[in-house]
Design a protein around this ligand. Structure first.
Ligand SMILES: N[C@@H](CCC(=O)N[C@@H](CS)C(=O)NCC(=O)O)C(=O)O
Length: 282
């Protein structure tokens, strides 16, 4: 692991590092914010998963999360959104909604994607082990959140790994990738045409199949251009009410899909996770 940049921020440290990711077969960048409390001892850790077109840096530069992470004494890890490098295949048309910057947090099974696009395993296993080994974090005290494709990724990680995360939250998540154009494009390429294999990566399907309850918070902007066709938050509301899964799903009038929306509510989400982590230890 090589640290490529370090900036003091709210008395903590914003770091960016590069490492050889075995799971993905390429070098990856990843960012981590360490709050001032990390100087005295290990701190809980939040994982943030970003959306389409993002690298690890969009969140670091635009969400304004460091102030709240410092306040609550939590680290925030923000990984990249896909494998990277000249050897990694991309959308043949160069579209931004598939391939590089659009790994959808799955383990691809179809050629040519399967050799590098293994973001699920990277996030479930390799990255947390690296973070635990290299940084002052309490690896077992963690939560996960994300935006859009990353909101989908965060919910899938939490729903498929009961007991692993104290809580999960999402901004404008893709709640049912098996039923929206972005998801159908990505899953058909990464996983092939058998839609049964898509269900393990669809939050609505996982909740309908009886996923274990954990605290879930969702914020969705009402002026989000992607709401009607891609995000379809109402499908999550339906799956939760049909299954008796408790979720706090909030619509925020006037907010769009951008990081201006995320920055407006990031403090609430970090407080939500800090409280859930504190409660889970009590
Ligand atoms: N207008 C965007 C569409 C994709 C988009 O809205 N991406 C969201 C996540 S789904 C994002 O976070 N973009 C990067 C940013 O706003 O910094 C583009 O073409 O780059």
């Amino acid at each position: 692991m090589t640290v490529v940049s370090e900036n003091r921020c709210f008395d903590g440290r914003q770091l960016r590092f590069r490492h050889a990711a075995e799971t993905l077969g390429c070098d990856m960048h990843c960012s981590i914010y360490l709050p001032p409390q990390a100087q005295a001892g290990p701190v809980p850790v939040l994982y943030w998963l970003s959306g389409l077109t993002c690298t690890d840096e969009n969140f670091v530069h635009k969400a304004g999360a460091q102030r709240y992470a410092a306040e609550h004494g939590v680290a925030i890890v923000s990984p990249d959104t896909s494998p990277r490098g000249d050897n990694v295949p991309d959308d043949p048309e160069g579209a931004w909604d598939f391939g590089l910057g659009a790994g959808f947090y799955v383990n691809a099974t179809e050629a040519p994607w399967s050799s590098h696009y293994r973001m699920y395993d990277y996030l479930a296993t390799e990255l947390p082990a690296l973070i635990a080994a290299e940084f002052p974090v309490q690896a077992e005290r963690c939560s996960i959140f994300g935006h859009s494709m990353g909101g989908h990724g965060a919910m899938v990680m939490a729903l498929r790994n009961p007991g692993r995360y104290a809580s999960v939250s999402a901004f404008a998540p893709i709640v049912a990738p098996a039923r929206c154009p972005w998801g159908e494009k990505a899953l058909s390429h990464y996983l092939g045409p058998d839609r049964d294999t898509w269900k393990q990566y669809d939050s609505c399907e996982l909740i309908s199949a009886g996923a274990t309850q954990l605290p879930l918070l969702v914020d969705q902007g009402e002026a989000d251009n992607f709401l009607a066709q891609q995000l379809q938050t109402s499908l999550l509301e339906q799956a939760c009410s049909d299954s008796g899964f408790r979720a706090d799903i909030r619509y925020q009038p006037g907010y769009d899909h951008s990081y201006f929306f995320i920055a407006s509510f990031i403090g609430t989400h970090i407080a939500f996770h800090a409280q859930a982590i504190a409660r889970s230890q009590a």
